[in-house]
Structures are given as structure tokens and as C-alpha cells.
Design a protein around this ligand. Structure first.
Ligand SMILES: Nc1nc2c(c(=O)[nH]1)N[C@H]1C(S)=C(S)[C@@H](COP(=O)(O)O)O[C@H]1N2
Ligand SMILES: [Mo]
Length: 430
């Protein structure tokens, strides 16, 4: 793999050595200069270097080990598979998504451009303008003091998650299963902020802007700027978020401020958010036009050419599930084992999850939990009894509250969106 151009470790240290060290090593004693690395921090350093550091007590705080200075490690991320490093795109293997609330270190990264270098909260401002009664310019402190602050577990899934399964292949990042996460997001409700600005009757769509740069580096050219119909924007579960999992946002996940518009393609959840502009037409920003985040309005045969005017903007994401335990491919001596995962369904709820261990001949109903809040994923678990040693597959199939299930086959479309076919794992019983 190519080296990252922005050498994140050194950059993070240069910007905020305390935060960098905390993310990398879990050392929280800075600026107390006697804060020796111990316990988890020492183990983290050892893990990164692959060995113990005998003279670790002599290492000044903020010292970047030369061996790591220009490595490919994404600070604060753990176990992600990098699909592309310019722009950075990295997904999480399903077995690392087993937690009910996805840790920040395991939240996938989908960047379309070059993230801003200054991601501090101080001085950040968000503008709400366009067709509003009172345009607003708000600091993050203003958001916190003027609006109710809430925390919700919300699923973000990239519209292209599962693209790797398409045949003929679709161009773009070859996501397998892990461009999805459900972290705990803290922020203010988008609807409250829009109401404070006063939405004019003529508004039909939002337009979102962020501080990242187009890959060309051209000033003023946005890598992505999407929007949603005003009815969706007013849903009370959309957040303007400044924390994930109780901490400031990770720089790759949009620090210091982002939208979280759960249930719709992740691209609606603008990172590094600087502006929300209300419009009386469908927004025509970057990745809103052409065939981006669109699918044909009717089923098409795999590989077919579809005229551009027959594409429709993707709205709610379809029902889907993941098997997060056990890890695919494990060998086990157990004949009776717990299988578990999560299920989610865009704007809908999941009503049932079924699993099969005999390639779909028989299905058993899993135990399904209610979501922590609307738009959180739902935990499911089942006990599977396997009759003898050998190779098995476990497949999972979720059904939403309108009776729609995940399909076995992929509903092919030219850009490779919305693959919600079954997740399958391999099991070798010894
Ligand atoms: N400013 C900005 N916002 C963005 C993007 C981006 O490239 N720039 N990518 C979008 C896409 S396509 C997705 S799937 C989600 C991914 O969020 P994450 O990187 O925090 O997982 O962010 C969205 N918001
Ligand atoms: Mo995405």
C-alpha cells in the first residue's frame, strides 16, 4: 500500500500532542511531565511497535517513535481495512462491529476529498442561510447553549456498502460489509436549529457544506455537498453532532462538527460541517447530480446501460443485518454456539431476524432486541446446533416492519449501491 501523503501521526502530534498521545497510547497525564507510560499506554506502544520498549521511562511526552513517524497507521483507529488512502477510505471487519455502540476506533472512514487540517472546535462556525427568516452564524458553544443537547445511537451506512459483491463489478470503493457503524452521537437536533432560523414555505431541500477540500486542491471546489428533502431534515433524530461516544469527534469522522442523518445514505451526513443552506429546488451540489447516490427507477438486468434521466436519488436505506459473532472462518470444537449481530432498516424498524445453517433449507428465528432509540441498530442473537463436524455457513436475513426482507441475490445497479443481500459467514466444526 502507498504511504499516506499526510503522515497522520506526525500531523496529529503537531496539532495537539495531548490528544494525539491519548488516542495513540491512552496516556492522559500530559502535561504532567512525570506521567510515565504504564499499563494500557505501555501495552499500546508495545503493540504499535511490535515489542517492549525497555527505556520507555526516558521517552519525553509527545515524542513520536521514529519507527512510527511516517507509518500508515490511522491514529485512533484500530483494525480497519484501508481500501484507498487518497482519499482515505477504510472499513471495519464485521467481527469488530460486535459492540452495541460502535467505538470510535472502529467507526469506518469514507472521505471524498482532503480533510481540513484544522479540526479544533475553537473558532468553528456554522452558517444557516438561504430561504430562512433569520440567517444564523453559530459557534459550537452557541449550539450547546442555545439548543437542547441530546445523545442517540445512530446508524451511518455508506450507500456503497457491499459494492464489492456486484457482478459485473461497479467502480468505486470496493466496500465489503463494514462501511456501517452505530456510534453514540451527541449534539443538537437539526430540526431545532432550522426552526430557530425560520424555514420559509418555499423550502423543499437542504444543502450541506463542509470544510474539506476537493482532491484537486482547487479552492472553493467542494468534494461533496448533498442535501435531503425538508421533510426528512425535520426528523427529530437528525443531529448536528459535536461528540461521538462521549468524546470530541474523530478528525476523520468530521471533527469538530458534523451532521448525522441516520437511515439515509451516509453521504447525507456532512462532515466538517460549515453551512446548511435551505433551497427551493433539489440541491445540485457535488455528488447530487449525474448518477451519484442514485439507482435506476426500475429493476435492470446486470450490466445494462441506464439513461441518466431514469435514475432516482436514494432515500431510505434498505433492511440489512450483519453477523458480528463468531468471526467468519473460525474453527471450533463446539456443536452448539451463539451467533449474534445487528440489524437495521433505514427509516423503518426491524421486525424479525432469521438465520440458517443449512444454506437456506430451514430458518430459525433469532431473539431480536428493540433499538436503544429510533435509528439505532438492533441486537439479535440465536443458538445454533450443528449436527456433526464439517463446513457450515451461517446466513442472516432481517425483515422490516413493512414485511420486506433482505434478498439472497443482489439487486444490481450501475453504481453498486444498496447491496443488502445476506451476510454469510463460514464455520469449520472440528
Ligand atoms: N464533508 C464531507 N462529509 C462527508 C463525506 C465527505 O467526503 N466529506 N463523506 C460522506 C459519506 S459518502 C459517508 S458514507 C459518510 C461517512 O462518515 P464517516 O467517515 O464518519 O464514517 O460521511 C459523509 N460525509
Ligand atoms: Mo458514502
Amino acid at each position: 500500500m502507498k504511504k499516506q501523503e499526510h503522515t497522520p501521526i506526525s500531523r496529529f502530534y503537531a496539532e495537539d500532542p495531548e490528544a494525539a498521545e491519548r488516542r495513540l497510547l491512552g496516556r492522559i497525564t500530559y502535561p504532567d511531565r512525570r506521567g510515565f507510560l504504564k499499563g494500557a499506554g505501555l501495552a499500546a506502544l508495545g503493540g504499535l511497535l511490535g515489542t517492549f520498549v525497555p527505556y520507555h521511562r526516558n521517552m519525553p511526552l509527545g515524542l513520536i517513535p521514529v519507527a512510527l513517524a511516517d507509518s500508515d497507521i490511522i491514529v485512533g483507529k484500530d483494525g480497519l481495512i484501508v481500501l484507498n488512502d487518497r482519499p482515505m477510505n477504510a472499513e471495519t471487519p464485521p467481527h469488530l462491529l460486535d459492540d452495541e455502540v460502535t467505538p470510535t476506533s472502529r467507526h469506518f472512514i469514507r472521505n471524498n476529498g482532503i480533510p481540513p487540517t484544522n479540526t479544533g472546535a475553537e473558532g468553528w462556525s456554522l452558517t444557516i442561510d438561504g430561504l430562512v427568516d433569520n440567517p444564523l452564524t453559530l459557534s459550537i458553544e452557541d449550539l450547546k447553549s442555545r439548543f437542547r443537547v441530546v445523545t442517540e445511537n445512530l446508524v451511518i451506512e455508506c450507500g456503497g456498502n457491499g459494492r464489492a459483491g456486484f457482478n459485473p463489478p461497479a467502480s468505486g470503493n470496493q466496500w465489503t460489509f463494514g462501511a456501517v457503524a452505530c456510534s453514540a452521537w451527541t449534539g443538537v437536533r437539526l430540526a431545532d436549529v432550522l426552526k430557530a432560523a425560520g424555514v420559509k414555505d418555499s423550502v423543499i431541500y437542504t444543502a450541506h457544506e463542509g470544510a474539506d477540500l476537493h482532491l484537486s486542491g482547487q479552492a472553493g471546489k467542494l468534494p461533496i455537498s448533498r442535501g435531503v428533502p425538508i421533510e426528512k431534515a425535520m426528523n427529530s433524530h437528525n443531529l448536528i453532532a459535536f461528540e461521538m461516544n462521549g468524546e470530541p469527534l474523530h478528525p476523520m469522522n468530521g471533527a469538530p462538527l458534523r451532521l448525522v442523518v441516520p437511515g439515509w445514505p451516509g453521504s447525507c451526513s456532512q462532515k466538517w460541517l460549515t453551512r446548511i443552506w435551505l433551497r427551493d429546488q433539489v440541491h445540485d451540489g457535488a455528488k447530487m447530480t449525474g448518477t451519484s447516490y442514485k439507482v435506476p427507477a426500475y429493476p435492470v438486468a446486470p450490466g445494462s446501460e441506464v439513461p441518466e434521466q431514469d435514475f432516482r436519488v436514494i432515500e431510505s436505506m434498505p433492511v440489512k443485518s450483519l453477523i458480528t459473532f463468531p468471526e467468519s472462518g473460525i474453527k471450533t470444537a463446539e456443536r452448539s454456539l451463539e451467533v449474534r449481530g445487528h440489524a437495521w432498516a433505514g427509516d423503518r424498524k426491524v421486525n424479525a431476524v432469521h438465520i440458517t445453517h443449512d444454506f437456506g433449507a430451514t430458518w430459525q428465528k433469532a431473539k431480536l432486541s428493540r433499538p436503544a432509540n429510533p435509528y439505532a441498530w438492533q441486537r439479535w442473537r440465536a443458538k445454533v446446533d450443528l449436527p456433526q463436524a464439517g463446513y457450515y455457513e451461517i446466513w442472516a436475513r432481517a425483515t422490516d416492519d413493512k414485511g420486506v426482507s433482505q434478498p439472497f441475490a443482489i439487486d444490481w445497479n450501475p453504481k453498486g449501491y444498496l447491496n443488502n443481500s445476506f451476510h454469510r459467514i463460514a464455520l469449520f466444526v472440528q
